[in-house]
Design a protein around this ligand. Structure first.
Ligand code: SF4
Length: 63
């Protein structure tokens, strides 16, 4: 799994951090998402998928 965030679409809602705190962090500057683990361990895949599903900006991409 590879995770990227489209910063053009990210609205800084922080939903991804709430869903998968091991995978995402939030920028202290503007609140947008920072990917901490672009290649998360298998045990974090479900949380990463949940974060992508819940992202209001549809900014989280999983490949
Ligand atoms: S949930 Fe989506 S819009 Fe909100 S901070 Fe995360 S990537 Fe950005």
């Amino acid at each position: 799994m590879r995770i990227t965030v489209d910063h053009e679409r990210c609205v800084g809602a922080g939903q991804c951090v709430l869903s998968a705190p091991e995978v995402f962090d939030q920028s202290e500057e503007d609140g947008t998402s920072v990917v901490r683990e672009p290649h998360p361990a298998p045990e974090h895949h479900d949380a990463a998928r949940r974060a992508a599903d819940l992202c209001p900006g549809r900014a989280v991409r999983l490949d």
